[in-house]
Design a protein around this ligand. Structure first.
Ligand SMILES: [Zn+2]
Length: 163
């Protein structure tokens, strides 16, 4: 089936359980590649693209702690660098017996590519909780705010140099 111009919500409507199961398994597998020698907190993520590909990611730590990158952002950066821009779903898992949610930075990173992304919080037994990114990050800062500022600046600038 052609999926060239499908939007996120159309794809979500037709997400089959098998696709969701693949996404869940993929994030658990990705966790195995976690490079987390300092925190020992392994995280795996799997990102579904609008064309049905699954791009995985793990957290990658650094001796300079602040340089560490989360699994969700690893997956997003990989996917964008491969040419993908639309992501109807992302799954994330850690070693805890509870659902682990993306950190604030990753929520902002996910929102950059759309407000409709479903986030699957996954335990190792494949049980999951599904939430929308807009629930995890209400009142998000997006490119819309930047466009508004640019429009305001433009009108100020034009007003200043009239006549
Ligand atoms: Zn994060």
């Amino acid at each position: 089936m052609a999926r060239g111009n499908i939007n996120n919500s159309e794809l979500l409507d037709e997400l089959e359980q098998s696709t969701i199961t693949n996404l869940l398994k993929c994030c658990i597998k990705a966790k195995e590649y976690s490079y987390s020698p300092y925190s020992k907190f392994r995280v795996g993520a799997a990102l579904l693209t609008d064309t049905g590909e699954i791009i995985d990611g793990c957290n990658v730590e650094n001796a300079s702690y602040g340089l560490s990158i989360c699994a969700e952002r690893t997956a997003l950066v990989k996917a964008v660098s491969m040419g993908f821009r639309k992501f109807p779903a992302i799954a994330v898992t850690a070693d805890l017996d509870e659902f682990v949610s993306p950190c604030g930075a990753c929520r902002q990173f996910i929102v950059e590519f759309g407000l409709e992304c479903d986030v699957y919080l996954v335990k190792s037994d494949l049980s999951y909780k599904k939430v929308c990114i807009s629930e995890l990050l209400p009142l998000p800062f997006t490119s819309t705010e930047l466009e508004s500022v640019n429009l305001q600046r433009k009108s100020l600038f034009e007003g200043k140099f009239k006549d």
